[in-house]
Design a binder for this molecule. Structure first.
Ligand code: MG
Ligand code: MG
Ligand code: MG
Length: 307
């Protein structure tokens, strides 16, 4: 059986892209973890079922969306047959056999899929020419809004905005800004979540020069929702660091309104300070203008580890 699947700790882009791409490729969408509150809101809004949870790639044909880092994928990825990767991140794996690989430096994987659809080029990635239904257009639109934080993230491109407009038309969303705020609010339910859930909602592992590095992120409209939980989050991060063999864990509390992130840092603090050329005040520092893990946090950290 053939599955389209996004990364662990799935976000809206990973889920929406898996569902829509599976529709065009006539195979099954799947997920590698629990649905977060924002994605739950989006799926309910458009009346789409959540994809099946799978844990092993063994005996399956796999199409990865929204990631290609091994550390973010199946633990046993090599047990399956990797067919394709459709993504918007840096290349994270090498393969022993040729695969279909299509990635573009845009705001979301949903943007990549939408462009292929609107350019009538879905067949170039092995898809069938089918109509994009309003509910699926709504999912892709939501994923673009989520990944670009309503076009505020520095990862945002003109193509994201253009695709969002076209998708909104099909989905019957007349006011993208208003709809976007609804999504961001759904994302900001962190006030009700346990510190552990907040950490795991959007946590990604990386391998930087042989060292295990974890980078988590929570994006909030109202920072006070997390403020009271910071001490506990910090304690849990220290435990995670010790128990799971990390060299460094960075947890970003991104303030959507201020357009910056407070970074909580445990482990190799010297490496963090070197990467960002900052001095930590205790365990944290506010990084002005930093909203994107992919574009503003991963590259300097990886560079510092490789020096
Ligand atoms: Mg993602
Ligand atoms: Mg994405
Ligand atoms: Mg994200």
């Amino acid at each position: 059986m053939r599955y389209v699947v996004g990364h662990k700790n799935p976000d809206t882009d990973s889920i929406a892209s898996a569902i829509v791409l599976a529709y065009f490729l006539d195979c099954y969408p799947a997920r590698l973890g629990d649905i977060n509150p924002e994605t739950e809101f989006v799926l309910r809004k458009f009346g789409v079922m959540e994809p099946e949870l799978i844990t092993s790639a063994k005996g399956k044909e796999i199409i990865l969306v929204d990631h290609s880092e091994k550390s973010q994928s199946f633990d046993d990825l090599e047990e399956g047959k990797l067919i394709a990767v459709i993504d918007h991140h840096k290349v994270g794996l090498t393969t022993t056999e040729p695969i279909l690989y299509y990635a573009k430096p845009v705001g979301s994987t949903a943007t990549v899929i939408a462009e292929l659809y609107f350019k009538d080029a879905i067949d170039l990635i092995g898809g069938k020419k089918k109509e994009l239904k309003p509910d699926l257009a709504g999912l892709l639109l939501s994923a673009i809004i989520s990944d670009t934080v309503l076009f505020k993230s520095p990862t945002t491109t003109e193509l994201d905005k253009e695709m969002a407009k076209k998708l909104a038309e099909i989905a019957g969303i007349s006011n993208i800004e208003e709809f976007g705020m609804e999504i961001l609010k759904a994302k900001s339910v962190v006030g009700k979540l346990k510190p552990e859930e907040i950490i795991n909602m959007d946590f990604k592992n990386f391998d930087f020069n042989g060292k295990k590095v974890g980078i988590g992120q929570v994006e909030v409209i109202d920072v006070s929702e997390v403020e009271s939980k910071k001490d506990e989050i910090y304690k849990l991060l220290e435990e995670k660091l010790k128990n799971e063999g990390y060299d460094l864990i960075v947890f970003l509390i991104t303030d959507i309104m201020k357009e910056g992130s407070e970074a909580l840092v445990v482990g190799n603090k010297e490496m963090f300070e070197k990467a960002f050329n900052v001095k930590l005040e205790g365990n944290s520092v506010f990084l002005e203008g930093v909203m994107s893990r992919k574009k503003q946090v991963v590259p300097p950290l990886e560079k510092a580890y490789n020096e």
